[in-house]
Design a protein around this ligand. Structure first.
Ligand SMILES: Nc1ncnc2c1ncn2[C@@H]1O[C@H](COP(=O)(O)OP(=O)(O)OP(=O)(O)O)[C@@H](O)[C@H]1O
Ligand SMILES: [Mg+2]
Length: 474
């Protein structure tokens, strides 16, 4: 007899025949398993609900709750516990039905001891594998994620190092970056890593409110301050006391509001609208914009003194193009999130789909990627997201150059003379379009074009002739 060690697993045996129960108990105990017995489906279900069961072996035909009914109920109360059905009346139809309903395996009575132990071992191994896989997935997710932020690229790591470094100071932080790059997420990350993390994080979108409303929103108001001010109201500065106030879209602050914010920053004091008492709060200010504040200052559209107050520390959030390596990681992350949300089973992306995602330029950055993946998850009909599930703009890898000065897919204007070439574009096409665009830039001047491209003017003539000949060909 084997050394009595700790039981390998706890098996629940449900059968109305006492002889079968005893025989199974004997066999399985000898194999080292802990066995609990139930004389019918109802008793089995109650035992299952109590917990601690790793695997169920159930007779198919029992009085009261049948094996199939038990199977369904068991999946509801303990979805991770596998069920193996036993039957003396084994028919293919019953087996198929049971497997469809989620049975792990099926044994036809009478069965050999070896058969039984093999099926049990396989079911438990499968279960361990699933648990391991889940644990690994979670570890991977934890490794990739820094709070709510995901990424592995050098640019992302640099960003998160900076976030960590500035978190604990109380200096104001200006977060700059293109639309959809994750500026708000960065603001939250700063708060969560600071000693203020248990205090409030209050966000205000400065572009969303008209000037007068914004002021009472920020500073609060006293009773009767204006028509409709029935009672006193605390502003966001007060609400953020002891925490972080996030002023989003700061470039949109009006010329009237700008000096008021400046005063709070300089003196740490403000009054409620319609009030006379000065209030003091302990608030860390973090701001964000997708505009270039320095340029706005130069154009006299943003106060220089306020700019310097806000800009004690600047964090530039990289565009998705600058952290290209994060595209598959983020795509996979959003796939998991939206598959779960939509109750879809999806195993990832086909190579072609992933290629499209990596080749695309993402003018709307992470938010655009998130939207594209969400849409693809809803559209996907296969086990994986395919290229066909992606929007045309993302899919058409053959789309070549975006002409400078015209808005691209995300409404972002590409500066004059800048082209975007998609990965995987045939070189001959790249050459032809580059020649065409450079010629356009030089208003058709071939000598200048040749000089810019570092080739002989004769080559330009020849390539143009060649292109014309090809265009003319049937
Ligand atoms: N590194 C990241 N990991 C996971 N999700 C991210 C990451 N960066 C951005 N996101 C997600 O992308 C979306 C856009 O992020 P966020 O709203 O912070 O961008 P933003 O820069 O403030 O955009 P806007 O300029 O349009 O206000 C959000 O859903 C956010 O959760
Ligand atoms: Mg934002």
């Amino acid at each position: 007899m084997a050394e009595p060690g700790p039981p390998l697993a706890t098996l629940l045996v449900a059968d109305d025949d006492p002889a079968v129960r005893q025989s199974l108990e004997r066999t399985l105990t000898r194999e080292g398993y802990a066995v609990v017995l139930a004389p019918d489906g109802q008793a089995a279900l109650e035992r299952l609900q109590a917990g601690g069961v790793d695997l169920v072996l159930s007779d198919l035909k029992m009085p009261g709750l049948t094996g199939l009914e038990l199977l369904r109920e068991a999946k509801a109360v303990a979805p991770d516990v596998d069920v193996i059905l036993l039957t003396a009346f084994g028919t293919v139809e019953e087996a198929v039905r049971a497997m469809k309903d989620g049975a792990t395996d099926f044994l036809t009575k009478p069965f050999q001891r070896a058969q039984l132990t093999k099926v049990v071992r396989q079911a438990l191994e499968r279960r361990d594998l699933i648990a391991q896989n889940r644990a690994l997935q979670k570890r991977l997710d934890d490794l990739l994620r820094q709070g709510n932020m995901i990424g592995t690229s050098p640019a992302f790591r640099k960003l998160m190092t900076l976030v960590q470094q500035v978190a604990d100071s109380s200096a104001t932080v200006l977060i700059q970056g293109e639309s959809g790059t994750g500026k708000e997420l960065v603001a939250r990350a700063i708060h969560e890593r600071s000693s203020r993390r248990n205090g409030p994080f209050i966000a205000v979108n400065c572009a969303a409110l008209p000037e007068t409303l914004l002021e009472s929103e920020l500073f609060g108001y006293e009773k009767g301050a204006f028509t409709g001010a029935g009672g006193r109201k605390e502003g966001r500065f007060e609400l953020a006391d002891g925490g972080t106030l996030f002023l989003d879209e700061i470039a949109d602050l009006s010329a009237v509001t700008q000096p008021k914010i400046l005063r709070v920053l300089q003196e740490g004091e403000f009054e409620r609208v319609g009030g006379t008492r000065s209030l003091r709060v302990d608030v860390r200010i973090v701001t964000a914009t997708n505009q270039d504040l320095a340029t706005l200052v130069r154009d006299k559209r943003f106060r220089e003194d306020l700019f310097y107050r806000l800009n004690v520390i600047t964090i530039q959030v990289p565009s998705l193009r600058e952290k290209h390596e994060d595209i598959p990681v983020l795509a996979q992350h959003f796939l998991r999130v939206y598959a779960a949300k939509n109750n879809r089973q999806l195993d990832g992306f086909t190579d072609e789909a992933l290629g499209c995602l990596e080749a695309y330029s993402w003018p709307g950055n992470v938010r655009e990627l998130e939207n594209v993946v969400e849409r693809a998850v809803v559209l996907a009909r296969g086990a994986r997201v395919e290229a066909g599930d992606l929007p045309d703009a993302v899919r058409e890898r053959s789309v070549m150059l975006m002409r400078g000065g015209t808005p691209g897919p995300g409404g972002i204007t590409v500066p004059e003379g800048v082209f975007q070439i998609r990965v995987g574009t045939p070189l001959a096409e790249v050459e032809a379009r580059l020649l065409e665009e450079t010629l356009r830039l030089n208003h058709g001047n071939k000598t200048l074009t040749a000089k810019m491209l570092g080739i002989d003017p004769k080559t330009v003539f020849r390539k143009l002739k060649q292109g014309e000949a090809e265009d003319a060909a049937p």
